[in-house]
Write a protein that binds this ligand. Structure first.
Ligand code: ADP
Ligand code: AMP
Length: 242
């Protein structure tokens, strides 16, 4: 361990130390981001994650990684994902339960794309009860369906990090490559106008009731997700600092 640390650049060590000192003073936060596909959850998550030192758990990213690696989970999930339908509750509840144990989730988490059904929300409550924890805030990315097709069909992602770009609204510094790693960007198989219809149908029928579930608990903040990205970030910051 000591020898590997000796090999780390002083500037990297210092910035990690500063990051940890900043994080020590941050309050714990357990957040859920809910919104239809393309509403901006994945765009805002890295900003919130860095500000509050949380882990970002996006079930869609985890499932896509499992599909790419052809794991048993990926094989079970692939068909539903390609059709724009939800995968079974048991599959996603299992991966979230496991992921929340990561050391990076020590100060809390951002759940992005989970829970997407009331059953998942109930299971999440059970998981948190066992850990003596609760959800602090649910950010509802409210947006009209009509805006989403252009956002979805222009989206390019960096598969391993989940970073989102858009040809018109958030272009990368160099066309087709990730700003951070320089690796190539890709388009998601389900980011077509056709599959978006099923994904929106699933959102309205199965996920909107989850918003009501949390409204009853008094933890929902509604965000104007149709605004430009920086304005949405300011709204998120207002909600989280209150
Ligand atoms: P989600 O994670 O909710 O599916 P993303 O954050 O990936 O959505 O955003 C979908 C697409 O829209 C991406 O291409 C992203 O760059 C772009 N985008 C995100 N937020 C905004 C915004 N506020 N205004 C315009 N485009 C946005
Ligand atoms: P996303 O990246 O959030 O748009 O998710 C992509 C796809 O993964 C969805 O269309 C579903 O097929 C599947 N998926 C992601 N999260 C969940 C979830 N919580 N419950 C069920 N299916 C999910």
């Amino acid at each position: 361990m000591a020898s590997s640390l000796e090999d780390v650049q002083t500037t990297d060590l210092m910035s990690e130390l500063l990051r940890r000192m900043k994080c020590a003073s941050k309050p714990d936060k357990r957040l859920i981001l809910i919104g239809p596909p393309g509403s901006g959850k994945g765009t805002q998550s890295p900003i919130i994650k860095d500000e509050y030192c949380l882990c970002h758990l996006a079930t869609g990213d985890m499932l896509r990684a499992a599909v790419a690696a052809k794991t048993p989970l990926g094989i079970k999930a692939k068909e539903a994902m390609n059709k724009g339908e939800l995968v079974s509750d048991d599959l996603v509840v299992g991966i979230i339960d496991e992921a929340m144990k990561k050391p990076s989730c020590q100060k809390g988490f951002i759940l992005d794309g989970f829970p997407r059904t009331v059953v998942q929300a109930e299971k999440l409550d059970e998981m948190l009860d066992k850990r003596g924890a609760k959800i602090d805030k649910v950010l509802n990315f409210a947006i009209d369906d009509a805006i989403l097709e252009e956002r979805i069909t222009g989206r390019w992602i960096h598969a391993s990090s989940g970073r989102s770009y858009h040809t018109k609204f958030a272009p990368p510094k160099a066309p087709g490559v990730d700003d951070v790693t320089g690796e190539p960007l890709m388009q998601r198989k389900d980011d077509t106008a056709e599959v978006l219809k099923s994904r929106l149908e699933a959102f309205h029928r199965q996920t909107e009731p989850v918003i009501d579930y949390y409204v009853k608990k008094g933890v929902v903040a509604h965000l104007p997700a149709e605004k430009p990205p920086k304005e949405v970030t300011s709204e998120v910051q207002k909600v989280l600092s209150s």
